[in-house]
Design a protein around this ligand. Structure first.
Ligand code: IPE
Ligand code: IPE
Ligand code: MG
Length: 242
């Protein structure tokens, strides 16, 4: 995988999302949005309040990313490991994803196309409820004609599951196992390599996020909790590659 924007540009076409004239290479920034719970705890609030604020901050960061001509913004909303959290917290996070995927007018105003990455809804271990599935499908359909940034939300996502399913699909197609054939069978084949992986809130872990796609990416770790992640932090991440 590449560490340079040049390689990313070479891997994409002239009409790639975010490839606006005169603004340099479109970048792929991927964020592990961590620290919502601690953000809330520091304020004496329930963890759910931190998630609510985190979702609102994501909307702000999407707008900033568009202003900075980011080509692809991929965010970790909920992992395959997160289902073990308390039921009320999981239910709250599910509702926030319904809200996030429901921000269609805002996304259309920004010319942002939405995608989702995660375990296929029909896979035996997938648990995404129908109302979230519907919101995801609607957001993808209702923003499909936008040509600006691609916002991909990882929900019920795990990098190891993605790689296992890709390898299985390569074998089922009786193809040789190579980087190119694995690329072809990832959950979302239109994602280019990650240029900068961001993790907020002081944890120095990758937590099973985009393991294949970020093999060569720069990493920006920050102590800022996700709800406080702002333009200054985003620019520091971009500065690693631009
Ligand atoms: C990230 O914040 C959001 C999700 C994982 C869904 P956390 O909920 O992990 O917040 P901390 O790490 O407990 O502070
Ligand atoms: C990673 O954060 C997953 C998301 C941001 C959705 P976690 O808080 O779940 O990760 P760990 O458990 O600290 O590795
Ligand atoms: Mg966490």
């Amino acid at each position: 995988m590449s560490t340079t924007t040049g390689d990313v540009a070479a891997a994409t076409t002239a009409s790639s999302p975010g490839d606006h004239p005169g603004t340099g290479h479109p970048l792929h920034i991927a964020c592990i949005m961590d620290g919502n719970g601690r953000w809330a705890a520091r304020r004496g609030l329930p963890r759910t309040a931190g998630h609510t604020e985190g979702e609102e901050n994501l909307a702000r960061i999407v707008r900033l990313a568009v202003q900075r001509d980011i080509g692809w913004l991929t965010v970790f909303g909920f992992s395959t490991e997160n289902w073990v959290r308390p039921r009320t917290e999981v239910r709250h996070i599910l509702g926030l994803h319904e809200r996030l995927f429901g921000r269609i007018n805002e996304l259309n105003d920004l010319d942002v196309r939405v995608q989702w990455i995660g375990r296929p809804f029909d896979s035996p271990s997938a648990r995404t409820p129908k109302y979230v599935q519907r919101a995801i499908r609607k957001a993808i359909a209702d923003t499909a004609d936008n040509t600006g940034m691609l916002l991909t939300v990882a929900f019920d996502y795990g990098g190891r599951n993605e790689l296992m399913s890709a390898v299985r699909a390569v074998r089922a197609a009786d193809q040789p196992i190579t980087p190119a054939t694995i690329d072809e069978h990832l959950y979302l084949t239109e994602l280019p390599p990650v240029d900068v992986l961001v993790r907020t809130s002081g944890e120095l872990r990758v937590s099973n996020f985009l393991l294949w796609q970020s093999a060569g990416s720069k990493i920006h770790f920050t102590d800022t909790a996700w709800p406080d992640f702002d333009a200054h932090d985003l620019d520091a991440a971009i500065a690693l590659v631009r």
